[in-house]
Ligand binder design. Sequence first.
Ligand code: IPD
Length: 276
Amino acid sequence: MADWTDCLNFGISIAKQASETILVAYHQQKDVKLKSSSADLVTETDQRVEAILISAIRSKYPQHRFIGEESVAAGEHLELTDCPTWIIDPIDGTVNFVHRFPFVAVSIAFTVNKQTEFGIVYSCVEDKLFHAQRGRGAFLNGDPLRASGQQDISRCVVVTEIGAERDDLALSTMTSNIFRLLKLPVHGVRALGTAAVDMCQVATGGADAYYHIGMHCWDIAASAIIVQEAGGVVMDTDGSAFDMMSRRVIAASSSAVANHIAQVIQAFPCRRDDKV
Ligand code: IPD
C-alpha cells in the first residue's frame, strides 16, 4: 500500500505558509466580487492563495492533478480521476474573511483512485490545525480527536449553514430544516460560516452532527475524512453513501444520529459538482 505521508506533511507545511498570506490580508480592506449569488464571494486573496498552493504542489509533484475552488470558478473543468488529486479551498469562509468573523480555513484533501488519503483543515485565525490520514486517526494540533459517540438526537448540538444558494426554494428548505431539527428537539443549532470548520466540530465531539446542502466538494472533502478518522459517520442527506460531488452531506457522532437527521430534513435540487 502506498504511503502518502510525505504529501501530507508537505500539505501541512504549505497550508501554514498560505495562512500567513491570509492573516495579513484578514486585517486589510478587501476588494470583493460576487460569484453565483450575493453570498458567494471571492477576493484577490482567495485567488492568490490558491495559485500559491497549486504552484508549490506542482513544482514538487508535477504529475498530480488539482480541483481548486477558484480555478473551477475561473472555468477549469472539474473531474475527479484515479490520479493523485489535491482538492483545495484556499479560504473556506470567504464571507467570514471579508467581515473579519474569525473562522477562516485553508482546506486541502488528497485523493488517489477517488479515495481520500488525507485531509487538512487549518483554521488560521484560531491557529487550529486539523488533519487525518486514512487508517491513522484524526488530530487537532497533534492531539488525537474523538467524535462524541452520541446516539440520542435529542441530546445533540447540530451545526449547519443556510449556505450560498439564495433562491426561494433553497432558502425555504434550509430554514424549515432548522425548524424541523429544533422541534425534534435537539439541544441547539450552530453555524460558524465555514463548512470545513463546522464539520471538524463533529470530530472534536464539541458538536454531535453537521449537515449541509449546496456546498461543494472543496468545502467538505478534507473534513469528511477528519470526521471518519475520529470515529464519526459521514453520509449523504438521502441516507446513501457519502459522495463528495453530490453537494449534500451529514456528518455525525453515530449512525443513529445521522439516520435520524436524514429522515427529518428535506433537500432541494443541486447540480452535482462533476456535472457542471
Ligand atoms: C462556503 C462556506 C459556507 C457554506 C457555503 C460554502 P466558501 O464556502 O463553506 O459555510 O455554507 O455553502 O460555499 O465560499 O467560503 O469557500
